[in-house]
Design a protein. Structure first.
Length: 292
């Protein structure tokens, strides 16, 4: 008996190891595909790197006095900065594909109800990230740059370095993209049972404070940028509460419908058994009368 158990244990260990190795191979393949897609996009975008920088600098150049130009304080900056921008743009465009690869890797290990929850969250988080970046470019940049140019002291020429500008706007892009994920985070916390929509509503004043702290951390040190992030984060927090309440109602309705269906199935099974029991009793009674 002990020899049989000893022979079984190595087989179990080998199967576990084989499964682990297969997961590692799949992870490696998906990472390679992701890197390849980003690299191909980079190669496609590289010839247009200078045009991309002109587009990126548009909100600032529109606010600067006529004839003002940006400067490069490093020798390699005119080449390296557009190259860096092409890489960031490739990564930015590839986000849906990267998230798809992540979803395809984890989906087989999820239950059906978990898949139904995760897939909409992945899609909505992607759209919200792009929405946050678009909000930064079309709304925040013009206001912030207009404010900074207007507050420049007399006699001071605003000459922005192209490398510093790229770092500034990339930070704002990703900061607003991540900040717009607040509804997704809120729904996840509620659906996981960590908090309830009512608790989130009660802690609203703390959420507003945290929104301003996030704005101070993720944005440049000017007050206007912090306000322009904190206010949308607060509004998205309220949106997350609303969506969470709707999701909770739908889940309760689905659970009630499932319980009703299970009860109906149970009643349908029990009815024939009871009928069969009555028939057996009638047959026994008839047999007894016949014998009498």
């Amino acid at each position: 008996m002990s020899q049989k158990n000893a022979a079984t244990e190595p087989d179990d260990d080998q199967s576990v190891l084989a499964g682990f190795v297969s997961h590692l191979i799949e992870l490696r393949n998906r990472l390679l595909k992701s890197v390849l897609v980003v690299f191909v996009l980079f190669l496609v975008l590289f010839p247009f790197a200078n045009d991309l920088y002109v587009l990126l600098a548009g909100p600032l150049m529109a606010k600067l006095p006529e004839g003002t130009t940006m400067i490069a304080t490093q020798v390699i900056a005119p080449f390296f900065v557009p190259l860096k921008l092409a890489g960031f743009t490739a990564l930015f465009i590839a986000i849906p594909y990267l998230l798809y690869q992540l979803w395809a890797f984890i989906a087989p290990g999820l239950y059906e109800h978990e898949r139904q929850l995760v897939l909409p969250l992945v899609v909505s988080s992607t759209l919200l990230f792009y929405l946050g970046a678009a909000f930064a470019y079309f709304v925040v940049f013009p206001v912030v740059f207009g404010f900074l140019v207007a507050t420049t002291p007399d006699g001071v020429a605003m000459m922005t370095d192209i490398s510093e500008y790229l770092g500034f706007v990339i930070t704002l892009f990703f900061a607003f993209g991540l900040a717009f994920e607040v509804p997704v985070a809120t729904v996840l916390l509620v659906m996981a049972g960590i908090v309830t929509p009512e608790q989130l509503a009660e802690k609203r004043r703390y959420a507003i404070l945290i929104a301003f702290i996030i704005g101070a951390i993720l944005t440049p040190p000017d007050v206007l940028s912090q306000f322009m992030m904190a206010i949308p984060v607060w509004m998205l927090y309220e949106l997350g509460i609303l969506i969470s309440r709707i999701a909770i109602k739908r889940r309760k309705a689905a659970e009630e419908a499932e319980n009703t269906e299970m009860a109906a199935d149970t009643a349908g099974i029990a009815a024939p058994e009871q009928e069969g029991g009555h028939n057996d009793s009638d047959q026994q009674a008839k047999s007894k009368l016949g014998s009498d």
